[in-house]
Design a protein around this ligand. Structure first.
Ligand SMILES: *Cc1c(COP(=O)(O)O)cnc(C)c1O
Length: 467
């Protein structure tokens, strides 16, 4: 088992290298050379295993002995310690053949915790072993930042600088980041929008002067280890759900194509998934890709499901690599075309292949809000806007022979202002966060001035080299 780049299959990297590098040197994304297999018999055995045990068995196939069994088990155990439900991922049956897979029981109440908690501990383990220290920089529009901060806090091999747009994220989202007390975490509010924050991070990454002073890293969703630990809850839910139907359908509210791509990998390595439904908001690149076979880039539109407000879903490159039968040149040709013309067509005969795996619908804000309201009245369950999109995206009414799992990506209290408008009721934070509004916040507000921001980084960093 080794890893190659979507843009060059001559590159050979180990799991640890892929973990620390994030992105390949050629700008491509890392993927395994070959898909490992998980047999029917292995999946059958998962029925009696815990989430952590399944995580160990599945991830071991991708780690190739680079972390010994004892330490891998320890890392996984530690990573799920602060989850508030013993099942970790909880499949809640709400109707005949229908489940909500609750993925918001982690420390920051969104599904990103499920992979990032493990990734933080994997980083710490590998960096210690290699006697390295890294500076992680990242921009956030909400959920990624808090999940990354919780995953990196109090770890001595890394420091983390997180940029968020000043006054442009929700109160709860900000507080989940700024109330964390840890010496290696720096929260910076930039007087600009999310795109400005992302541009700053990209500029810091390629700054020649800073390259000498820092070992930079990122833990955004291009990191293979994040994809890997999102595969687990697909296996876990199929093993735990008791249903006569053998056909499983997952509906996934999507932005960067990370979550649903993990479902694709789960199917590739042996999980009996019939179809993956991709729900999008009006940022609809993924639904036009699936239904019409082209990608067209537009400006990002702000919606009530902000974690899905994405222009080009970065993990799509991983899927295209498979779709084009691992032809690096074709991947590069298509990406160049997309860069140049803001539009690219996929060959007609490939559309069928895409639709073998995926279905997709774009869901309007009106329908999202309506789904929240109807669901509350019918089932007494409060959905967050992202989860509601996944539910509304499933248009198939023939229910009898299928089991549908709707992935619930965030706790509704993270988006209480939006929800309150339709159900006329406040959504409380879970008990473990009940004091979140009382804690002292700690963050620095900076103007959108590259040199000021750069100097702030140099002055605050404990890992900066004097060159
Ligand atoms: C990140 C996020 C998504 C989108 O997931 P992708 O892996 O980027 O497709 C959906 N919902 C919530 C709540 C998120 O935080």
């Amino acid at each position: 088992m080794h890893y190659e780049s979507t843009r060059n299959n001559k590159i050979k990297k180990t799991f640890s290298e892929v973990l620390l590098l994030g992105l390949a040197e050629d700008g491509g994304l890392f993927v395994p050379k070959k898909w490992p297999k998980i047999s029917k018999n292995e999946i059958y055995k998962f029925k009696t295993m815990s989430y952590q045990q399944i995580a160990f068995h599945v991830s071991k196939k991708f780690i190739n002995g680079e972390i010994d069994d004892k330490n891998l088990k320890k890392i996984i155990k530690k990573s799920f310690k602060s989850f508030s439900k013993k099942e970790i991922a909880y499949p809640k049956k709400f109707d005949e053949n229908k489940w909500l897979l609750e993925l918001y029981h982690g420390p920051t109440l969104a599904f990103k915790d499920y992979a990032l908690q493990v990734v933080g501990n994997l980083f710490q383990y590998v960096l210690k072993r290699e006697k390295k220290k890294i500076t992680i920089i990242g921009a956030t529009s909400g959920d990624t930042g808090s999940a990354a901060i919780d995953a990196c806090k109090n770890k001595n091999t890394m420091e983390l600088f997180v940029f968020h747009p000043y006054k442009k994220i929700s109160n709860i989202q900000r507080r989940l980041m700024t109330t964390v007390k840890s010496k290696n975490i720096y929260n910076i509010a930039i007087k600009g929008n999310f795109d400005d924050c992302q541009k700053i991070v990209k500029k810091l990454f390629v700054d020649v002067d800073l390259k000498k002073k820092f070992s930079f890293s990122a833990i955004n969703s291009i990191n293979w280890a994040r994809i890997l630990f999102q595969i687990i809850y697909y296996f876990y839910s199929v093993s735990k759900i008791k249903s006569k139907n053998k056909k499983f359908i997952f509906s996934v509210p999507s932005g960067n194509f990370g979550n649903v791509y993990s479902g694709y990998v789960a199917k590739k390595i042996g999980l009996p998934i019939d179809k993956l439904i991709i729900g999008t908001n009006k940022n609809d690149v993924l639904s036009t890709f699936t239904n019409k076979g082209f990608i067209k880039l537009k400006n990002v539109k702000q919606t009530i499901s902000p974690s899905m407000d994405i222009q080009l879903p970065s993990n799509l490159e991983r899927y295209m690599y498979d779709l084009f039968s691992k032809n690096n040149d074709l991947v590069k040709i298509k990406l160049n075309e997309l860069n140049k013309n803001k539009k690219v067509f996929i060959d007609k005969n490939k559309i069928k292949e895409i639709q073998n795996y995926f279905k997709s619908s774009k869901v309007s804000e009106k329908d999202t809000l309506k789904t929240i309201k109807v669901f509350f009245n019918k089932y007494d369950i409060i959905l967050d806007p992202h989860t509601a999109i996944g539910i509304a995206a499933d248009k198939d009414k023939k229910l009898s022979n299928r089991s549908v799992v709707y992935i619930s990506t965030a706790h509704p209290s993270k988006f209480s202002e939006t929800i309150k408008k339709v159900i006329k009721r406040k959504v409380n934070l879970p008990t473990k966060h009940k004091d979140l509004l009382k804690f002292k916040e700690n963050y620095k507000i900076l103007n959108l001035n590259y040199n000021k921001i750069k100097n702030y980084l140099i002055n605050k960093s404990k890992f900066v080299k004097n060159v």
